[in-house]
Design a protein around this ligand. Structure first.
Ligand SMILES: [Zn+2]
Length: 384
């Protein structure tokens, strides 16, 4: 049976206000104490770390945690009013590889994953970076560099940069003189608040994505016990670092909103990496077909590949699609993937599949609905 979806294209526009002041609404001291206490309490509790604070000059404040194997540095750039205008994180591995230490959390993997799944505003390779301040004379080579123009960090609109690469560490002799350098791996992240400016459509879409992410996160936490029993503790921890991480809103964010393949990349990544759902051949690009066309009776999209094991085939009504909002489009595509990939029916009791029109109180509800679908599919796959 072919599945159809009729959508009424009405969604209250969610107004929002965002500060665009060019700095974060946190003082350097508040940020420092918060970070330090979380390092001491959680992150570096058991790995024998030394904690250092260096005030290079009035405009840069640096603090770090270091042990034999790695070092994490935070550099805060301050304006004249001592407000933070940039947060940079350097994670240098003194022994071994970056992804051995932080396989899920740290940029090397995140950026690799986003290369496949996401749509960075900018991608570069092999560029050098030399911090302009203080005693830090290290040269950094960004082997891979990604930038997103629309990010959120603590309710502040930011540019997000993620990179990984190599840098040189001085090797000193007993008298403290540098005798040579050795090359080590590092990861990098930077948050830069955006200055005054007008909001773009992408900014607004990202804000919607963040709210969808909040909804998914809320119900993820609520279902923690069940998720652990389905995924196992180790996989749960890895997935949890995604859901709990700064980049989670990007799972619901697209810049190329009219490219169905982008929706599938998000859907696939989300279902597979976060929820551990297995896919068949329909995950392959050559087994997917999306066609913009004209569908009768106000039908917006139709999953005609539903009965084929191998393939995804979705028809989209161009006129209705062009009238749809960002959240409608996301909903439609996830609903159709639910039919086509997971063979779900309208009668399966899953909110995302039952609904014929997206009539929800706010974007966060869509996040809840997506979570519910994935957990239902996971249970089915695990035979529970
Ligand atoms: Zn349907």
């Amino acid at each position: 049976m072919k599945k159809t979806l009729i959508i009424f294209l009405i969604l209250p526009f969610v107004a929002f206000a965002q500060s665009a002041k060019g700095y974060f609404d946190i003082s350097k001291d508040a940020f420092y104490h918060e970070k330090m206490s979380s390092w001491k309490k959680y992150t570096y509790k058991d790995v024998d770390c030394k904690f250092n604070t260096i005030v290079d000059n009035d405009s840069v404040f640096t603090f770090s945690a270091q042990n034999k194997f790695f070092q994490e540095d935070y550099k805060l750039t301050l304006n004249k009013q001592k407000k933070i205008t940039k947060i940079e994180v350097f994670f240098t591995v003194h022994n071994g590889k970056l992804d051995e230490w932080f396989p899920y959390k740290y940029p090397i993997n995140i950026s690799n994953l986003f290369k496949d799944v996401g749509t960075p505003s900018e991608t570069k390779e092999n560029i050098s970076y030399k911090p302009k301040y203080g005693a830090d004379v290290s040269d950094y080579l960004f082997k891979k560099y990604y930038k997103w123009n629309n990010g959120l960090f603590r309710e502040t609109k930011i540019e997000l940069e993620v990179a990984n690469g190599t840098t040189k560490l001085p090797v000193k002799n007993k008298r403290g003189k540098i005798k040579s350098y050795r090359t080590v791996d590092f990861g990098y992240m930077a948050y830069t608040p955006k200055g005054q400016g007008t909001l773009t459509e992408n900014d607004i879409n990202f804000n919607v994505s963040s709210k969808i992410s909040d909804g998914a996160k809320k119900i993820w936490i609520k279902n923690k016990r069940e998720l652990i029993s389905l995924l196992g503790l180790e996989k749960f921890d890895a997935s949890n670092s995604w859901v709990d991480g700064q980049l989670h809103p990007y799972l619901f964010y697209l810049e190329a909103t009219n490219d169905p393949e982008e929706y599938f990349k998000k859907f696939f990544f989300h279902a597979n990496i976060v929820y551990g759902i297995e896919f068949g051949d329909e995950g392959l690009e050559e087994n997917q077909k999306y066609t913009y066309t004209s569908l009768p009776d106000g039908v917006l999209a139709r999953a005609i590949g539903m009965d084929k094991e191998c393939c995804i085939e979705i028809l989209i009504d161009l006129e209705n699609w062009n009238k749809s909002t960002y959240i409608d489009k996301l909903f439609i595509m996830y609903h159709e993937f639910g039919h086509d990939v997971f063979e779900l029916e309208h009668s399966d009791g899953i909110r995302l599949m039952t609904t014929n029109k997206l009539d929800i109180d706010g974007p966060s509800v869509l996040g809840e609905m997506i979570h519910e679908m994935f957990i239902a599919v996971l249970k089915k796959q695990k035979g529970k």
